[in-house]
Design a protein around this ligand. Structure first.
Ligand SMILES: [Mg+2]
Length: 120
């Protein structure tokens, strides 16, 4: 499957990318929500891995923008953030996120969450 990893940390993007390519997926990257929207205009990933705290456009704003476009609403989103707080989780889920995972994470946790949400 094709994933889009949206995170302002190059290190985090690398870790996610390695965790997913290892099990046969392809991963493209975006540094913030704004660049992720630009990426979505030209490619449709099977799943988005989304950070919350990012410059330019954070994860919540990205989810709000995604919700406005029917073609994007169907793409599953897994939020991956250091802010493991229930209000944030509820807000992200309310905006259509499908999964929520706290950083730091184990590769196996990410793989299991993906399997649960996109079945691969
Ligand atoms: Mg961040």
């Amino acid at each position: 499957m094709n994933f889009l990893c949206v995170d302002d940390s190059a290190t985090l993007r690398k870790i996610v990318s390695m965790s997913l390519t290892q099990i046969g997926h392809t991963v493209s990257e975006a540094e913030n929500g704004k660049l992720a929207l630009q990426a979505l205009a030209v490619q449709k990933p099977d799943c988005i891995i989304l950070d919350i705290n990012m410059p330019e456009m954070g994860g919540i704003e990205f989810l709000e923008e995604r919700a406005k476009t029917p073609a994007w609403k169907s793409i599953p989103v897994i939020v991956l953030t250091t802010q493991d707080e229930e209000p944030l989780r509820a807000k992200a889920m309310g905006l259509g996120a499908n999964g929520f995972l706290a950083k730091p994470f184990q590769k196996e946790q990410l793989q299991a969450t993906i399997k649960q949400i996109v079945g691969a």
